[in-house]
Design a protein. Sequence first.
Length: 139
Amino acid sequence: MSIEDKQRALVEDLMLLPDMEERFSHLIRAGRKFPPLDDSLRTDDHLLPGCMSKLWFCPEYRDGVCHYRMDADAALVKGVASMLCGLYSGEAPETVVSHEPDFLEECGLTLHLSSRRLTGLGSLRGAIKKFALEQIVEA
């Protein structure tokens, strides 16, 4: 499945829900399904700066693609972060760098998240992109 197909599926799933409250509930459920990090990875060196709650981020590069794992101590943050990590996991670094997560705006999520949560999402997107760029440079 291409990244465009993954993003389209995210938008379709969220837009089927009648209102933002239902969309947030869907995100929280998605976060609960995302595999939690082992306690050994929930350390300060994996914490993402700029987030309102604690968000741990662990990127990996194997078999020519990026993989992103994360965990958070807030359900909504974990839900939105799981969408971002799920979107970019399994993608080539060039794809990760060039493709922006437009689904967040398309579904109205950016209008209903606090500025601090948006800053945290920007920090996560920045970390995802930075890691992918590092893989391109190393290649």
